[in-house]
Design a protein around this ligand. Structure first.
Ligand code: KIV
Ligand code: ZN
Length: 394
């Protein structure tokens, strides 16, 4: 009896730190900084880097072009509105890449078509098809985004997607441009596209979520479960307004819950911490301490019960290892919630071998000090033990 081996399901990670991420206030980068970041993203093995919006400024053009020339393996994309001049400029910038991609977009929601584009839906559909065909003259890999897809009429979305597939689009992006959708609603939208759009199985379905209601990662993961094959995201979740879906959360969500999603990415997760720190150093914008995966507290434990569990077996309170994201170790933070186990463990690490009574005395002093300070560090412990010795000698 022969066993059928199912091919492993993998999805593509499309990093837009250098385009949508850079659009976030305070996050603009110089050419050199963008190149450094692009190299790190390649090291982390993202599949596609959106290097910028080539027509936006001469500086953006130069950085997209330089990154296209620099990178060895990764696809390099430039954003372009559905306009010939944007597509020409995007191509001039990405054409040196080993794998160039043109990413063109037009809005499909009534509110955007009426107030921003001042075009009716038929004109939008015609423009989308014409511009995908136009871009296709330049390269094979064409992504089409229906901006504000989650507030668009789904039937119209299906029609425009079907038409751009016929025109040559190879990836269809379904952006939640204003972070409006919910996991279940987005999941149904993706399933509907998979069921109703002719030719959909030949192309990638991409999701691109903003975080206005704090749901960007949850929405992206729900869409992946519903069959999306590409996720667009940024390091540290930087991006317009409340940001984009955070790459590190998507990658670790899928890796940690492989049992649930059954889906892999090509991301080398051990490069996550380094990528996050590099971006912080470049932009000067730090992540909040409790930020999932890359925040200073993501692998830190203060409470006595947790520290006791961690010292017995780390999987009691950690669902992924610090090493898996490229950190050397977790952190046991000593504070007023900490217990004797962690305190004793720290004394051993600092090289102290104390009697039971000495430990008891030191622990009492530690608790008194911890009530006065947010955290107690190694220097505080050394000072505290020094005081104990002096008191004994007196
Ligand atoms: O949020 C959005 O809709 C975008 C598109 C241009 C893809 O960034
Ligand atoms: Zn966006």
């Amino acid at each position: 009896m022969s066993t059928i081996i199912q091919p492993e399901k993998t999805i593509k990670i499309f990093d837009t730190t250098l385009r949508d991420g850079e659009q976030s206030p305070g996050c603009s980068m110089t050419l050199k900084e963008k190149i450094d970041m692009a190299r790190q993203l390649e090291k982390m093995k993202v599949d596609i880097i959106e290097a910028g919006f080539a027509i936006a400024s001469p500086g953006d053009f130069e950085s997209v072009q330089t990154i296209a020339k620099e990178l060895k393996e990764t696809s390099v994309a430039s954003l372009a509105r559905a306009l010939e001049k944007d597509i020409d400029t995007a191509w001039e910038a990405v054409k040196y890449a080993k794998r160039p991609r043109i990413h063109t977009f037009i809005a499909t929601s009534d509110i955007h078509m009426q107030y921003k584009l001042k075009m009716d839906p038929e004109a939008v559909l015609e423009r989308a098809v014409a511009m995908v065909k136009y871009a296709k003259r330049y390269c094979e890999d064409i992504e089409f985004s229906a901006e504000d897809a989650t507030r668009s009429n789904p039937e119209f979305l299906h029609r425009i997607f079907e038409a751009v597939i016929k025109a040559g689009a190879t990836t269809l992006n379904v952006p939640d441009t204003v972070g409006y959708t919910t996991p279940m609603e987005y999941s149904s939208l993706i399933s509907g596209i998979r069921e109703k759009v002719d030719g959909i199985h030949k192309v990638d379905i991409s999701v691109h979520c903003h975080n206005d209601l704090g749901l960007a990662v949850a929405n992206s993961l729900a869409a992946v479960k519903a069959g999306a094959t590409q996720v667009e995201c940024t390091v540290n979740g930087i991006g317009e307004r409340a940001g984009n879906a955070a790459l590190e959360e998507i990658a670790m969500g899928l890796a940690t819950r492989y049992d649930y999603y059954g889906i892999k990415t090509g991301i080398d997760t051990t490069q996550i911490a380094r990528s996050s720190k590099l971006l912080t150093a470049i932009t000067g914008v730090s992540v909040q301490p409790n930020k999932a995966i890359v925040g200073a507290n993501a692998f830190a434990h203060e409470s006595g019960i947790h520290q006791h569990g961690m010292l017995a077996n780390a999987s009691t309170y950690e669902i992924m290892t610090p090493e898996s994201v490229g950190l050397r170790t977790n952190a046991m933070v000593l504070g007023k919630h900490s217990g004797r186990h962690a305190f004793e463990d720290r004394l051993k690490t600092l090289g102290y071998e104390l009697s039971k009574e000495e430990i008891n005395r030191a622990f009492d002093d530690f608790k008194m000090l911890a009530d006065k300070k947010k955290t107690v560090d190694d220097r505080d412990i050394e000072a505290l033990l020094q005081d104990d010795v002096m008191n004994l000698e007196e």
